[in-house]
Design a protein around this ligand. Structure first.
Ligand SMILES: *Cc1c(COP(=O)(O)O)cnc(C)c1O
Length: 350
């Protein structure tokens, strides 16, 4: 491995980054051909070359992950639970009949892409992070409706700021539209490209209605809460309870899983994953949060449902205490600001 000069950082206005693609120098690429994965290597070309007949382009045979690397106070570069991303990518591959990606290749690709782009990793305290996008594509010529026999695994990175406009913990609004995200036995529980293009219109409508993002209900009955466009939902009730929707169509968020554990083990809350009826239960909601790698925990102020804004009880004075506490605990662990008693962070050796 080349040595990295740790004294060099890019000249970027870290504090004013949005959640957009910013070019970096290297990406990690490995290919699968004739039944075997290549070793993989770092390259500088940000363009993917695929055959015009590839299943990734025509049939959405593609899956991805989203993670972040952050600089700790002591300068270490930390990933958050990368094994769970590798595991989820495996489940996505299985659901889409794609080749299995070895864990070792996933971990090495992520670490090498982060390390090689060290000067693009936002410094500690900047409020920004290095977003990591592992991507697996069904490539090769395969116009017939069947799975690819060739694949490309790629990991690129980009320094990013907050996902929703505003800095730190800003309150967001969600709108229920007439569109569904995923069917109960469809592909909603895996992170595959085909789940998202259909949501662009819902996001657009939600924004036109004054919300930040669309909120989805279960597609079978349109009564139970599912999730937002790229974030799961958590809700606090009185008596220190924290609930989150149970549904086979939700993308199982690693952030949510971690937050639920922090709530139970550290804050002594009673946590529950169960179906949540939006209208029948809304009056009991104290605070709501949208959580994910990109959104971290974004407190939800209000929900638009059938032309009516419904306001969360605890949102008038700003961010509520439960979401604030959970946000603090989670981000302190991710940034190495406190002891990682769960063993969730993994250092990338530079
Ligand atoms: C990626 C994603 C999330 C968040 O998952 P994390 O593992 O917490 O990043 C939530 N919902 C959807 C639809 C997603 O694609």
């Amino acid at each position: 491995m080349n040595t990295i000069d740790k004294s060099i950082k890019e000249n970027i206005d870290w504090g004013n980054l949005g959640f957009d693609y910013k070019p970096t120098e290297y990406r990690f690429v490995a290919t699968y051909k004739n039944g075997a994965w290549s070793e993989g290597e770092l390259i500088t070309n940000s363009n993917v070359q695929v055959h015009e007949g590839s299943p990734a382009l025509h049939y959405g045979q593609q899956c991805f992950e989203g993670m972040k690397a952050q600089t700790a106070k002591d300068g270490r570069v930390l990933l958050f639970r990368p094994d769970l991303n590798a595991e989820r990518l495996r489940q996505s591959c299985e659901r889409l009949s794609m080749v299995e990606l070895p864990n070792e290749l996933f971990n090495r690709g992520v670490k090498e892409a982060v390390r090689a782009n060290y000067r693009f990793i936002p410094p500690y305290g900047s409020g920004a992070a290095l977003y990591i996008r592992p991507l697996l594509l069904g490539t090769g010529q395969n116009l017939g409706l069947r799975p690819a026999t060739e694949y490309e695994f790629r990991v690129f990175v980009s320094p990013v700021g907050p996902y929703y406009k505003g800095t730190g913990l800003s309150l967001i609004k969600l709108a229920v539209t007439d569109y569904d995200r995923a069917a109960p036995s469809g592909t909603g529980a895996v992170k595959v490209g085909g789940n998202y293009a259909g949501g662009f219109i819902a996001t657009k409508i939600a924004k036109e209605l004054g919300a930040n993002e669309a909120l989805y209900l279960d597609s079978a009955t349109r009564t139970y809460l599912e999730e937002a466009g790229s974030a799961n939902i958590i809700i606090s009730l009185s008596d220190d309870r924290l609930i989150t929707p149970l549904s086979p169509a939700i993308l199982p968020s690693i952030t949510r899983r971690s937050v639920m554990q922090i709530a139970k083990d550290e804050l002594g809350m009673k946590t529950e994953e169960r179906p949540i009826h939006l209208i029948n239960e809304f009056s009991e909601f104290e605070e709501m949060g949208a959580c994910g790698t990109a959104a971290v925990i974004s407190p939800v102020q209000s929900i638009l449902y059938k032309n009516e804004w419904m306001h969360m009880k605890n949102s008038k004075e700003g961010v509520g205490p439960v979401m604030q506490n959970l946000y603090n605990s989670l981000t302190q662990i991710q940034k190495g600001e406190r002891e990682d008693s769960f063993g969730w962070t993994v250092e990338v050796e530079i």
